[in-house]
Design a protein around this ligand. Structure first.
Ligand code: ATP
Ligand code: MG
Length: 454
């Protein structure tokens, strides 16, 4: 009897499948772990917002970050009809809310978002031979910036705003010492291909870079070149908009893999250095000397909700939370490395320290080739002098590049002459400043001598 029932059910299913010529696939925002957003879901989300916005009819609008320009995105529950390789796809976005007032740390438990796509099964039959709609086009990478928490909304994905990442910098256009450049590229390749290695040694798949150097030496440009090289998204984390450690943790959980998280000018962002010194002395374990505790003491528990502390940032980098997702690069930039707390930049946290320095001869050659299309051979008349001057004068690549820009219809020769004049001026100024400093020292020594004889 039971056997017959099973057979009938199978038969009904077969008949239904015969008449229903459509296949439906549901893509959940969070994977089975319910902790990290699914890459597949993110790919679909990016595909729909970038490629299908023209065919949607309902949009939701919000004022952008500057609160001036309205930004639109496809509305929830809106069906989008898309065509790909002559096949029709019906996309549908829906949300399920949990029953009862369950609070959870895990974002996937709060509410669950899904994309559902329906298409004719003929497409399914030959889909192995054709690219899927969201992998066919180059994925548009994104530049995220964190929103202040008063704009986060209830459970909405409003922690980060994003725009298309369109920075054109590459390692080919980045003017730094070629040996250093090769080391950095090799390091990035080792990281990108290093999933098995990181698993083997039991480390979270992440890498920290500290970029330090004077303004205009290419720190931000280097980040863009790295992102373009790795094809990662960029999360530009503005620490001044983060009120406390809890917010920082939430923001981190909302980042995805294959991304670079950047904190620019970390020394200026917030006062992360003073926290440890402010604390009253008490018995501490050696680990607590860093104020780096995953289970904060009572005073630190208060800090979790009220302040952004060094401890919060350290946890962010290498604590429990950073272990929950893989393939992330964290980059700090600073003009003043010495102002940073050593705990923040010790190896293991910031694995590689990269000094971005003033324009050297090799960097100049690359800039000349990029900006003026000229090689070393074509430069020979001025090259000796420029080389000599660059050794004597500190000029950042941004300033050199500015002189090499073909503005006001200047030709290559005029640009180079302009650069030589600027370098000579800078050298003369440096000499004068040096002489003045010497005079000041001699004067003050003279005064001390006079005071001593009195
Ligand atoms: N090493 C470099 N190679 C190529 N271009 C450079 C380099 N350094 C600077 N530039 C040019 O100068 C501009 C400013 O550089 P960038 O913003 O990367 O400097 P920065 O080190 O981040 O400065 P800041 O410390 O002020 O943030 C860039 O848009 C780029 O065009
Ligand atoms: Mg910068």
């Amino acid at each position: 009897m039971a056997m017959n029932h099973v057979k009938i059910t199978l038969l009904i299913n077969k008949i239904m499948a015969y008449f229903n010529r459509y296949i439906q696939i549901t893509i959940s925002e969070y994977g089975p772990e319910r902790f990290e957003r699914s890459d597949f879901f993110i790919a679909v989300e990016a595909y729909l917002s970038d490629s299908c916005s023209l065919v949607a009819r309902k949009f939701k609008a919000d004022l952008g970050r500057d609160r001036k320009k309205p930004q639109t995105s496809v509305d929830d529950g809106q069906e989008i009809v898309d065509t790909f390789n002559h096949a029709m796809f019906w996309w549908y976005d829906y949300t399920e809310y949990p029953r009862g007032n369950v609070f959870s740390w895990s974002p996937g438990d709060e509410k669950r978002r899904f994309y559902r796509v329906t298409f004719h099964r003929n497409f399914h039959a030959f889909k192995r031979d054709v690219p899927s709609p969201f992998t066919a086009r180059n994925r548009q990478r994104r530049l995220f910036t964190n929103n202040p928490s008063n704009r986060w909304g209830s459970g909405e994905k409003t922690f980060w705003s994003h725009v298309a990442f369109q920075h054109l910098a590459t390692f080919d256009t980045l003017a730094i010492d070629p040996t250093e450049k090769k080391t950095i590229i090799d390091d990035l390749i080792a990281f990108k291909d290093g999933k098995d290695y990181y698993t083997k040694v039991g480390k979270a798949w992440k890498r920290g870079y500290l970029l330090f150097g004077p303004p205009g030496t290419g720190k931000s440009t280097m980040i863009a070149a790295m992102a373009n090289f790795l094809e990662y998204d960029v999360y530009d984390l503005e620490l001044t908009a983060v009120k406390n450690n809890t917010e920082l943790r939430k923001l981190f959980v909302e980042t995805t893999g294959k991304s670079i998280i950047v904190i620019e000018d970390i020394d200026c962002s917030v006062d992360l250095t003073g926290k440890r010194r402010d604390k009253k002395p008490r018995k501490k374990s050696s680990r607590e000397n860093d104020n780096m505790t995953l289970q904060p003491m009572e005073a630190e528990k208060d800090d979790e909700d009220t302040k952004l502390t060094l401890s919060g940032v350290l946890n962010f980098i290498d604590g429990l939370w950073s272990a929950c997702g893989g393939e992330r690069i964290i980059i700090f930039t600073t003009n003043n490395k010495d102002a940073l707390d050593p705990a923040l930049i010790r190896r293991g946290r910031m694995d590689k320290h990269i000094e971005m320095s003033y324009c050297c001869c090799e960097a100049f050659k690359l800039l000349a080739s990029n900006y003026l299309d000229i090689t070393e051979n074509q430069l020979f008349e001025l090259f000796g002098e420029i080389q000599q001057l660059l050794e004597e004068v500190n000029m950042c690549p941004a300033d050199v590049a500015e002189h090499l820009m073909r503005t006001e219809n200047r030709d290559a020769d005029a640009c180079l002459q302009g650069l030589v004049v600027a370098l000579r001026d800078a050298r003369d100024m440096a000499i004068k400043e040096k002489e003045k400093a010497k005079e000041d020292v001699e004067k003050s020594m003279g005064k001390e001598e006079i005071a001593g004889t009195k």
